[in-house]
Design a protein around this ligand. Sequence first.
Ligand code: BDP
Length: 687
Amino acid sequence: EDGYNLWLRYKRIDNNNLLLTSYRKTITAIQIKGHSPTMEAVRKELELGLNGLLDTHIPTKDTTTNTLIAGTREALNLEDKPTGPEGFLIISKVINGKHYTIITANTETGVLYGAFHFLRLIQTHQPIENLHITSSPRVKLRLLNHWDNLNRYVERGYAGISIWNWHTLPDYIDDRYIDYARANASIGINGAVLNNVNANATILTGPYLQKVAALANILRPYGIKVYLSARFSAPMEIGHLKTADPLNDTVRQWWQAKAKEIYQLIPDFGGFLVKANSEGQPGPQNYGRTHADGANMLAEAVAPFGGIIIWRAFVYDPQANDRFKQAYNEFTPLDGKFRKNVLVQVKNGPIDFQPREPFSPLFGAMPQTPLMMEFQLTQEYLGQGTHLVYEAPLFKEVLDADTYAKGPNSTIAKVIDGSLYDHTLSGIAGVSNIGNERNWTGHLFGQANWYALGRLAWDHTLSSEQIATEWIGQTFSNDPAVVTSIKQIMLASREAVVNYMTPLGLHHIMGNGHHYGPAPWSNKAPRPDWDPIYYHKADAKGIGFDRTATGTNALQQYQPAVRQLYADSNTCSDQYLLWFHHVSWQHKMHSGRTLWNELCHKYQEGVDTVSAMQHKWEQLKGYIDPERFHQVQMLLAIQHKEAIWWRNVCLLYFQTFSGMPFPANYEQPDHTLEYYQQQHFPYAPGN
Ligand code: BDP
């Protein structure tokens, strides 16, 4: 058990012979209608899954009773109607006295999704006798964004090097590519952006497009389209033009020809993802043009082939007084100016994937533009490869937040799924945490974040707890005691990381460059908006970033009802306090403690939660295979050590401003601030 099989382990139903017997009775044969690559994938998965789970050989044969039948509605000649191009229907039926379980859909991809869902029911010990399940995705584009470079270095990757071996492609097809496709299809992911948003134009050259086409051929049967990050200056770098100005005719023609070349190789190519005029990447603003000019030029090139442009709104300017406001300021004036096949992809928060951020004010502020959500699965700011942090609660917090854009209940989920403003295009992306490590994500529990992204993109009404229960059942065990304990660990973990890193609304106080560990004193980055001191603004009076009317007034970017939640430091919830206010050290918190004491309390609470997580894990010894048990055990020990490090560093540093003592009932730092400031991490990933 090294974690390679993810949540698709298909081990014999354990500890429940009654259930096993009943499953074996309900499914005695499998019948697959069709021989296309997708239907072959359905057949292989059902055989693999059922033979494993039921620990028997289930024959593939023609209609007998208790047969599982999978096929499109057309192939089965059914009256029952599944919904949409990707939805499925699983139904138990008696025909001429014989019992059938039928998995059907309008398309073969839908059948594949249904097959995975059916297997999930068995993997999580659900009844399969009287089924009538219809399901279809709420969001259209459900994507992984790989930040993978062509040399296989993964930007912000903590799980080895890239799974894409560009050197041996297109001729060598690693089995892992197929398992990647299976895993994604099992959770409904239907697109993969293969390369880093800090893009290298070489990916768009002929030889690399052959490699991309080889991957597209592997992923296609699993309903997954490939997309590429496009470097805006590619016409100059690989096309040898003098400009990349989006309004220049030669440039436009270059992109049109490039799109044509790609679609000849990959007829179902998804489209381009673009990071432009952000962190040094080239873009239309280099030519005095707008993001819309840039996006539309590319949109025009891929439109004849049904392609899509995903244009990122991750922009900020070192000259501005508040990075928070930049994306809103640049993008809201462009609402209504993008072509129909453009989505604007917005990170969940206004800064950068911090443990907790208020939602980006762009959500709800661009009614005429489909906005796509960007979450980060790779834990750049959440303990990287060693911390157990289950992110579903973070995703849900954002999706459930109310923008009030069209009155109450204008949730971000509704902005994203297109229902609030009636958009047909909709999308959610997760910055991938996958690498070539045996268990894919480095930390076993990173798998849960990949899983949760897919499940929430399919159905954002699922709860974090439901998703955790499913994942644990498939990944570890359905033993209620095991499920309960692991769930407690997972559900506590997000708040823990907030508390031991950035409680009460602190943000962006990590080490510069590699982003590993705390460095709240840092003030020497190449630009001020990369420095922690820009964000916490600690001084003798207090701490926090005043974003109210007396400060940068970023709050103004929200609807009045949201503004009201945060505007007053006495009523603003503790979670967001220092996001919006510079508050005195003596400020009375909701708990009755002073701000300083509350800060000490929260940092300690974060550390204590990790201790509790460790303790719970220890109790699972013997219930989980030794290999995976030990891996997680070792990582939890690192997490505990690092939680203490965060607490000590941050409190010692902020104490230099507050001048107040640590309350005696908490653990006291074991080193001086100077000791911590002398630590360097020259080989931390990302350096
Ligand atoms: C930041 C990462 C950087 C990415 C950037 C982005 O530190 O490596 O390139 O996001 O999203 O958080 O483009």
